[in-house]
Ligand binder design. Structure first.
Ligand SMILES: [Zn+2]
Length: 471
């Protein structure tokens, strides 16, 4: 993995050095270009030399630390966000507060107690109820696939701990996460419906290391709430093998607390449009994180990438026609920020031209997916040429998803685009203690900013109407 990263890094370094503006010589085709081309190309090349995204990612993870909703870190992050927007020249800065009950992890542990003692690498799922103070000790039932749990008859898990050991597939586009994540989100209630007293899930992770991966879970209405935790991948495989040979008993201890009165914030800043400022492009990353790492790839880097791209445009002597709004979403991991934003801006959604969130780490972007019906629009004729030096394809497939926090406004009719990052490494790290700054590659981070700045400029200085094109 390291070797691959270094090779990529060398590639982009070469690229950056070989791109002095308009110095490519007469051998290149003199293609007629759109009016937006020169500025977009200059912004791209500047982004490849700019370290704003790195500085922001470094500061958020180092100066602030983890940012679980309701934690002191998240309150510090709110002030950091306002100051960052002010320092970088954004205007119309807003702090939009919404109610969000917070969940705080307590002491937690799990171990095999029979056929022998073995301490498990475990982590409680976000939102899990605690165990009784003396813990829960019970025999386990192992399900190698989530579908096997769903097929288990009612009452069949009475008094047992259900364990789902389904693996997650590593894919470039992260599709493995959608397929595997359901076992974490819905597993506890499905197990409880069948009588289980606790639930364990193999980490939703592509890593083969013991670090366990947390993530949110939620309980279905009218079903008993049972404690739920993830276990490291090698431990899940051990349990599966042991269970094939005979009865296995596990002891689980978890403490956690909930504050029903807590709040969270969406914080935004604008690069105000020069001629049609009421038309707004919504971008951003999420400010909150899990509590076990410093949330570097999830999602300090998304904050860094989108803020840096907007700032590069803000520094131009003439702003684009439309406004670019960076939203630092306040509760992605525990849910609720997209919903709160949609409620607060419901009367104004028609003015949102398009939306997208950067929330898949900091590795290179490989594809741009545009809103439905727009890939052949004349305003986008230069996008393939602008993206080619970054090794990004302009996909013929439309964007179906703009990010977790833009889902609610998308459902209410706001078009979305997607700059797709390589997810090959992301799910080794995310939601785990290993989500730390050292995993962010500064050169790939710059490639991300370069891609964002091109797309933002081209859309923001155009009159393209995605809603009309989608019809
Ligand atoms: Zn995220």
């Amino acid at each position: 993995m390291r070797r691959q990263l270094l090779a990529l890094a060398a590639g982009f370094a070469l690229l950056a050095n070989s791109l002095p503006a308009a110095a490519q010589g007469p051998a290149l085709a003199q293609t007629p270009r759109q009016p937006t081309y020169e500025t977009a190309a200059a912004l791209r090349d500047k982004a490849l030399q700019d370290d704003t995204a790195w500085k922001l990612t470094e500061s958020l993870t180092t100066d602030i630390g983890h940012r679980l909703v309701g934690s002191p870190g998240m309150a510090r992050a709110k002030d950091w966000a306002v100051k960052t927007f002010e320092d970088l020249g954004f205007t119309n800065i807003k702090v939009e507060e919404f109610p969000k009950p917070s969940w705080t992890r307590g002491a937690e542990s799990a171990s095999i107690v029979a056929p022998y003692e073995w301490s498990l690498a475990m982590i409680g799922l976000g939102g899990s109820v605690p165990t009784p103070a003396k813990g829960i000790e019970a025999e386990i039932v192992v399900f190698p696939a989530y579908a096997d749990l769903l097929a288990a008859p009612e009452g069949s898990l009475k008094g047992k701990i259900a364990v789902v050991t389904a693996p997650m597939t590593r894919t470039l586009d992260g599709a493995g996460y959608s397929a595997a994540g359901i076992a974490r989100r819905s597993g506890p209630s499905e197990a409880a419906k069948r009588g289980a007293v606790a639930y364990l899930v193999r980490s939703i992770s592509t890593s083969d290391l013991r670090s366990p991966h947390t993530g949110g879970t939620s309980y279905a209405e009218g079903v008993p709430k049972i404690p739920a935790a993830a276990i490291g991948v090698p431990d899940a495989e051990l349990i599966e093998k042991l269970a094939a040979k005979g009865p296995v008993k596990i002891k689980l201890n978890m403490a956690s607390t909930v504050n029903e009165k807590a709040v969270a914030w969406n914080i935004s800043g604008d690069i105000v449009g020069s001629s049609r400022p009421e038309e707004v492009i919504i971008i951003g990353g999420h400010l909150d994180s899990w509590d076990v790492g410093t949330g570097a790839i999830d999602d300090a880097s998304g904050i860094g990438i989108t803020t840096a791209a907007a700032k590069l445009i803000g520094d131009l002597p003439r702003h684009p026609a439309r406004t670019i709004r960076v939203v630092m979403w306040g509760s992605e991991e525990r849910g609720g920020s997209g919903d709160a934003f949609e409620r607060m801006h419901r009367d104004n959604l028609a003015n949102f031209v398009v939306a997208s969130e950067s929330d898949l780490g900091a590795d290179s972007i490989y594809a741009l997916m545009l809103p439905k019906g727009s890939v052949r629009a004349p305003q986008f004729a230069d996008l393939p040429a602008l993206m080619a030096p970054l090794k990004i394809m302009v996909s013929r497939d439309p964007a179906l998803f703009g990010g977790a926090d833009t889902s609610e406004i998308q459902a209410a009719g706001v078009p979305v685009f997607n700059l797709r990052q390589s997810a090959l490494r992301y799910f080794d790290l995310h939601h785990s203690p290993d989500d730390t700054l050292d995993k962010v590659d500064p050169i790939q981070l710059k490639q991300n900013v370069a891609a964002w700045v091109v797309v933002l400029w081209v859309i923001a200085d155009s009159d393209i109407d995605f809603r009309a094109l989608a019809k």
